[in-house]
Design a protein around this ligand. Structure first.
Ligand code: 13P
Length: 251
């Protein structure tokens, strides 16, 4: 298996000019220990340009947390894939559970965003995952499969090779309750096998990250699993030391 490990920080709606400058200074200072890991930070939209400037010449890549499916025009408050590219983004998160739940993003809209991101030259990070209720009802695979299938149906399975998948069980996000390494590995293996049923080459290539209360203390155990290719980090990505501990674990 030759998939590269990735650690991406999703800063969500956190930070200020001051805190971001100091967070990035801290991360940059420790990047040598993460030379085999793809490190990505996803700031709020308004700080993307600044973060791009502050990370220029480093191995840190920049991602956005969302994008519009439209290309330009009368769409107040929206941001296009071209604008993200124009400001130094390489990645964009699509379908985060907070956007699905709080902003009513459907599987279909998320699939559209995936396609628009890819067509615009960005690498989409597709988030999928079940709620606690769904897990307890025993329909985790059904839910995750449905979210994945929406993208495959709209964009074709080959499109997955141009992106990254993040399995984020909703019940593990911001709760301090991490999926056990086995629980995570089981769902990752399910995702990969579902893709392999259609295209084994794509399944072998696609990076599948785990997200949900990842910390320096549990990262090694999680990343040691065959189908876990890194992490999408929320809370712990806001502290340079915590984030670097995860990047080092990935390395
Ligand atoms: P936490 O790491 O804070 O649980 O958040 C995970 C997440 O939602 C990353 O996108």
């Amino acid at each position: 298996m030759s998939r590269r490990i990735m650690v991406a920080g999703n800063w969500k709606m956190n930070g200020s000019n001051e805190s971001i400058a100091s967070l990035l200074a801290g991360i940059k200072a420790g990047m040598d220990a993460a030379d085999k890991t793809t490190v990505v930070v996803c700031p709020p939209m308004i700080y993307i340009h600044k973060v791009q400037e502050l990370t220029a010449g480093t191995a840190i890549s920049v991602g956005a947390q969302n994008l519009s499916v439209e290309t330009s025009g009368a769409f107040t408050g929206e941001m296009s894939s071209a604008m993200l590219m124009d400001n130094g983004c390489t990645y964009v998160i699509v379908g985060h559970s907070e956007r699905r739940a709080l902003y009513h993003e459907s599987d279909m809209l998320v699939a559209q965003k995936y396609g628009v991101a890819r067509a615009g030259g960005l690498i989409p990070i597709l988030c999928i995952g079940e709620t606690l209720e769904e897990r307890e009802a025993g329909i985790t695979e059904q839910v995750v499969g449905r979210q994945l299938d929406a993208v495959i149906a709209m964009e074709g399975v080959k499109a997955l090779a141009d992106g990254v998948i993040a399995y984020e069980p909703v019940w593990a996000i911001g709760t301090g309750k991490t999926a056990s390494p086995q629980q995570a590995q089981d769902v990752h293996a399910f995702i990969r096998s579902r893709i392999a049923e259609i295209d084994a080459g794509v399944a072998e290539k696609v990076q599948i990250l785990y997200g949900g209360s990842v910390k320096g203390s549990n990262a090694v155990e999680l990343f040691a699993n065959e189908d876990i290719d890194g992490g999408l980090i929320g809370g712990a990505s806001l502290d340079a030391e915590d984030f670097l501990a995860i990047c080092t674990a990935a390395n």
